[in-house]
Structures are given as structure tokens and as C-alpha cells.
Write a protein that binds this ligand. Sequence first.
Ligand code: MGD
Ligand code: MGD
Ligand code: MO
Length: 759
Amino acid sequence: MNEKDQGLAGGGFTSVLAAAEAVSRKAGLVRGAGTLWRMNQEHGFDCPGCAWPDPERRGAIEFCENGAKHLAHEATRRRVGPEFFSRWSVSNLLEKSDQWLEEQGRLTCPVWKPVGADHYQPIEWPKAFSRVAEVLGGLDSPHQAIFYTSGRTSNEAAFLYQLFVRQLGTNNLPDCSNLCHESSGTALSETIGVGKGTVGLGDFAHADAIFLLGQNPGTNHPRMMTTLEAAKRRGCRIVAINPLRERALVRFAHPQKALELMGLTTTAIADLFLQVRVGGDVALLKGVMKEVLEIEDRAPGQVLDWDFLRESTLAFDAFRDALLAERWEDLVAQSGISREEMRQAAQIYCAAERVIVCWAMGLTQHRHAVANVQEIVNLLLLRGNIGRQGAGACPVRGHSNVQGDRTMGIWERPDAGFLYRLGQEFDFEPPRAHGFDSVGAIRAMHEGRAHLFFGLGGNFAVATPDATYTERALRRCRLTAHVSTTLNRSHLVAGQESLILPCLARSERDVVGGKPQLVTIEDSMAVVRVSQGQREPASPHLRSEVAIVAGLARAALGKKSSVAWEDLAADYDRIREHIANVVSGFAQMNRRVREPGGMALSVLPAGGKRRVFATASRRARFTVHRLPKLALEPGQLLLTTLRSHDQFNTTIYSEDDRYRGIRGGRRVVFLHPEDVVAQGLHDGDRVDLTSHFDGEKRTVRGFRVVAYDVPRGCAAAYFPEANPLVPVGSVAEGSRTPTYKSIVISLLRSGEEPALARP
Ligand SMILES: Nc1nc2c(c(=O)[nH]1)N[C@H]1C(S)=C(S)[C@@H](COP(=O)(O)OP(=O)(O)OC[C@H]3O[C@@H](n4cnc5c(=O)[nH]c(N)nc54)[C@H](O)[C@@H]3O)O[C@H]1N2
Ligand SMILES: Nc1nc2c(c(=O)[nH]1)N[C@H]1C(S)=C(S)[C@@H](COP(=O)(O)OP(=O)(O)OC[C@H]3O[C@@H](n4cnc5c(=O)[nH]c(N)nc54)[C@H](O)[C@@H]3O)O[C@H]1N2
Ligand SMILES: [Mo]
């Protein structure tokens, strides 16, 4: 392979160079390199990027290009301190781009924007806590306060946080999971009785086929590529299902091998690539399963796992009857995939003894997202591909501890057993009424039913749907407060009064009373590991998330709480002792997380002849879903939103997207070349995008048209630039996740007026 090819393949030496460059530019090479060596190693810290697990035998450098960028962002030398806020008013900062805000560097001290002020000013920590406590005290009910969590928060901080909020008296604990894999949790709980994936990293070494749906691992889970490449090299078949031919799925060069051998051949990852239409996955999966039934008909008794179907599942007959009644024309038309291609996928599925199905946001952010995931469960059940080695369901999580935060009780609909044990452990009566999820919280603030927003990490104003509506909701609050590492737009669309509380980042040393503390993180495959930062904190005024939550709880609850908040914050082992008593599966946590390889939570009974599920019937359930009907009017397209190679969620590192060939601007809309022509446009034109939902319209302006290999009738744009188009009322059935990946839009050349509707 020549150098040019290598630049075009996903991964490769270019990405190692990019990684080194990212760290050196921001942190200084020597300091950065030392930091990189400790990432994802034993006795190191967990990468603040994605939730892909660490291998048991770690590569010399177990990091990836994008992990390095996230780290460089934390390790930057730039600082946002008191001088910055006296120079810049909130109104001035609102004119700056999200990228500019994040680039200003690390927040160094707590700041406060009093009622009526346009500048943040420094505030002492105790005073900051008492501001929140005072506003909380003035509410009619604790249910008027909202406590959001993003997924970087450690288990220890998350556990304390939910304890504080429940002692306050509410379950208003929305989180980024509501925006992310909620559909997976809902779908899996209903069918297999547990809301998490059923495979461990080791299973990938045994799978004969891996299906990847709605996922772009080359960018968002780069260390997963190592696993896929290894599987591929030993003959595992890989099927990718995506409206975009994502570069790393098609061609991948392993960065670490490239370091040694400089210029080896790339690996073609996908054996079969199905370029499904946006939102066409239910139709496609039904088609593949219908083919599986036909293969079974030709070899009765030899294809489906009949013992498993009989002993361990429910509702197979209803499922089969419904599938037989589907018409091929509909399945092909809705998915955009020919019957021949569906047959090829079915043949790969049936030829494999063990199959893993992986998926991410391409499936979870649709109106029928829960159906998407349940069709995957159906597919797995047909041949008993669940609960045994080398097979199972693998929702690939986003934020590094999003799964752990939920395990720790960050959930607006907590289960009764958890609440009971929490109440026993801390001698109080936790609230039972369900709280607001993320979309519910936005509505409540907008409608004046909630007046205080507290964010433990994240960028709520930008990550959520319907930016205009959400910003108005936040501005209506009496107080907004954010625990953050860097400046973002949520700090600026502030309530009447507002606070920014700066915290230590994952890679930074956390020492309390002379004792170095460690925290724990649960990865995508339910392994809980220790993470311990080593770098000098960005400022001496920073506090850990644990300390911030404890300080706030003490100020807000005072004598009402019998919890010794300061003692817990003084030694995180004490928090873990409580977690061990409250969270099932965490007994002996302090000892077990310190063992090499961490503490594996058992998710499903693996192996064994008879597989027993955690549902009421002890069986897994087949489900039947209507074929989603999408009626687009002439000229309308279905828009999906994506991450570029150079961002972490709302944190944008550059305007480029290397693998997709985009440079110097993220306000782009990808269209099929024939749709460009059909719309009367040219590649490079500027257009306004208008979304249509329930008679409502929302518009974003000045997007550049890029002719691209997407299916006809579909379009793609970047998250978060397209978020103002996502209607707050458009959510997934069953999980209420915003439909970020199916937005009905129309286009108009920028500057043109819409034609008048004819009478
Ligand atoms: N570098 C980096 N890493 C990250 C993140 C980041 O922003 N940057 N974010 C983290 C987080 S929180 C998450 S949740 C994950 C997200 O990881 P992904 O889910 O991989 O991220 P997305 O860019 O949202 O892309 C989803 C993929 O789904 C495809 N897709 C879109 N619509 C459809 C559809 O209708 N059907 C199918 N089959 N596919 C579709 C898109 O083309 C894209 O390839 O990554 C995590 N890791
Ligand atoms: N259109 C569209 N919208 C989407 C998505 C999509 O695919 N399309 N994806 C959704 C998904 S999957 C997710 S998970 C959400 C993400 O939503 P969020 O998790 O709310 O957003 P992030 O952009 O990850 O948050 C970035 C901020 O976190 C803070 N931060 C970084 N590290 C730390 C830390 O260690 N501690 C603390 N306290 N703060 C820290 C920084 O100040 C930074 O500005 O967005 C959702 N929104
Ligand atoms: Mo996510």
C-alpha cells in the first residue's frame, strides 16, 4: 500500500501521527507523552473517551488517535480564570462558536453570575454551595429541581449524587443515557430481562460472524477496530449495515502494527456491506430473518435452534406468523436493500455457529428505535445466539462511564429493589414517584414546572433536541449550575442566576488529606475498573466531583441528612463500602476492583445447556413490530445526524472530518448526487434546512451541499449543528429518546423565498 492509500484507510500510521500531534500541540510533547503511556494501563486512568473495554493483555500503547485528542483537550495549557470572565461578558461569549469556547481551556475557579449581571465573577466554594442550597430551599417542592448527569462521572460521584438528590426528595435524575442508549436498555429489558449487553470482550475471539449496525467504530470506538481486525484475520465474517460506507468499516490499517512495519496492507473489514436507508433497519432485519426461515424450510430442523426456542423463549409462533405475512416488496422498498443482499446476510448468519450483533446510535435514535433493537434480539434468538460463548447482543456504549452511572442509580425511574436497599443503608425513605427524563426536564423548565437545573458534566443546552426551545427552557430557570472542566454554551444560556463549578478531569491526581484517591468506571461490557489520574490538576482551586457533590449535599440538606458527607468525601473506599451494600453484584467492591483485570459483573448466565433469563417467565421473548411507515412528501428527505472524526459530542476539535473528506466547515448536508440534481442544486450550494413535524417547522441556515454516497431520499448532517431541527416532541416510542436520526426535512437554496402554496 502506498502512502496515499494509507491516508485514506481508517486508522493507520496517519492516525498515530495525528494522536501524537494532538497531545503535543496542546500539552507539550514531553508531558503529553508521559500521560499517554498511562492511559488504559493498570495503575493508570481510564480514557475519558468512549466506553470500549480494555483488553486483558494490553498493547504497549492502548490508546487511539481520538482518545489522545480527548486527553489533549483535558491537558491543555490554556486557562479560563477570573480575568477571562471580567474581560468577556456572557452576551459577548454567546456570539462565539462552540469550538472557540472549548478552546479557551480549563476552568480554574468557581464563578457566579448574580441575578441581573452579564458577567460571571469568582465565588468561594462554600458560598457557591449555599447559593444552590438557598434557591433549592425556596422551591415549593424538590420536584421543581432537575439534576442531570453526563456519562464521564465516576461511579463514586454518581452514587453520592443520586443519594443526595433522593434525600432531597426527588427522582429527577435525567442523564445522557436518555439521549443515547435508552432505547437499547428498554428493548433488552423487555425481551431478555436485563438492559445491558450480553457479551464480554473475550467473546469476540470466538465469534464466527459479527454484525455491525448503525455504528462508526473507526471514529467513535477506535480501539474496537483492533478487536474487529483480529476477528477478521482469523476468518470471522463481518456484516456492516449503515447508510454511509464509513471508511474504517471498508478499509482499516492497524495503527500499532503500522508503527512497527510502516505500510502493511490494510484489512477490508466488512465482508458484506448493506447500505440501508436511514430508518430502514426494521425492514432490513425482517427481510434477513424471513430468509433465515426460508433456509430452515429447505433444511427442516437444521437451521433454527429448536431446543432453545422451545425451552428458553416465548412467542416464537406469533413472531414467525407475522414475519411470513410481511411482503417482500415492502421490505425491499423500506430498507433500500435487495432481496439478494438480504439472502447473503442470512447465509452468513446461518453459516456461523456463533454470532455477535453490535449497534450504536444509528439504531437507538429513531421513533421506532426500540423496535430496531428488539428485531436484533429476534435475530439472535432464532439460532440461540445469546447466553453462550462467542455470541450475543452488544450495544456499544458512548461515554466512558454512562453504563456505570446507571448502575449507580442515576435514573429517573429507579427500580424498587434498589430504592429499598438505599433507604435501608442510609435510614431514609427514598421518593418513589418517577422523575423527569431529559426531554421531560426540558418541557418542565419550559412550562415553569421546574426552576433549578444542575448539571454534573455535559452540555445540556447543545446536546439536547430543539436548541431554541431548550435554551428558552434553561433561561426560565431561577438558577442553573454546571460542574464542568471546560467552558461551553450551557454556561451561557443561563438562568436568572448561574454558577460554573470547575472539577478535576479524569487524568488528574485526586489527593484528599494526603491520600491519593481512586475512582471506578464500568465499561461497555460490564467490567468495573479502577481509574487513577496522575497529572497535576489544572488549578489548585479545582475540586473532585465527589467533593463537589458532598459539599452541595451538606449545604442543601444540613441536619436533615444523617449521611456523613465529609467523611465519605475524605476516603472514597467508604463510598464503595456503601455501594457494595446497595448495588447488587458489588459485594466486596473495594477488594474486587483492585484485582488485575477489574471486577466483571455477570450480566447473563453464560454457557450451560439450558439458558435462563432474568424475565418473569425466565425465558427470552420474541416481539412483533409493525413495519414503520414513513410518508415523505415530494421533495422531502429523511435526515440523520452524525459525529465527525474530530469531535467528542458537543466538543468540536476542528472543522475537518478526515475520513469523509470534509475540510474547513461542519455546516454541511450530505445528499445523494441524484437528489442534488432533483432538488435543482449543485454540489457546494448553500441551503437552508427546514424540518417538518406535527405541523411545526424549524429551520437552520447556510448549510453547504455535499454530493455523497448516501441512499436516495436520505440526508446527513453533523451533530450538534443540526440540533435546532430536532423537534422536542419527536421521541422514540417506549424509550423517549429524541429522534436525532430521523428528521423529515426539505431544502431551499439560502436566500430564496419558499414558493407560495397554491390554493
Ligand atoms: N471520537 C469520538 N468518540 C465518541 C464520541 C464522539 O463524539 N467522538 N461520542 C461517544 C458517544 S456519547 C457515543 S453514544 C458513541 C456514538 O457512536 P456512533 O453511534 O458510532 O456515532 P454516530 O456518529 O452518532 O453514528 C452512528 C452511525 O450510524 C449510522 N446511521 C445513521 N442513521 C442510521 C440508520 O438509520 N440506520 C443505520 N443502520 N445506521 C445509521 C451513521 O452513518 C453512523 O455511521 O461514540 C462515543 N465515542
Ligand atoms: N443531533 C444529535 N444530538 C445528539 C446525539 C446525536 O447523535 N445527534 N447524540 C446524543 C448522545 S449519544 C449523547 S451521549 C449526548 C451527549 O450529551 P452530554 O454528555 O451532555 O454532552 P458532552 O458534549 O459529552 O459534554 C461536554 C462537556 O462536558 C464537560 N466535561 C468534560 N469532561 C468532564 C468531566 O470529567 N467532568 C465533568 N463534570 N464535566 C466534564 C465539559 O465541560 C464539556 O463541555 O448528546 C446527544 N445529542
Ligand atoms: Mo452517547
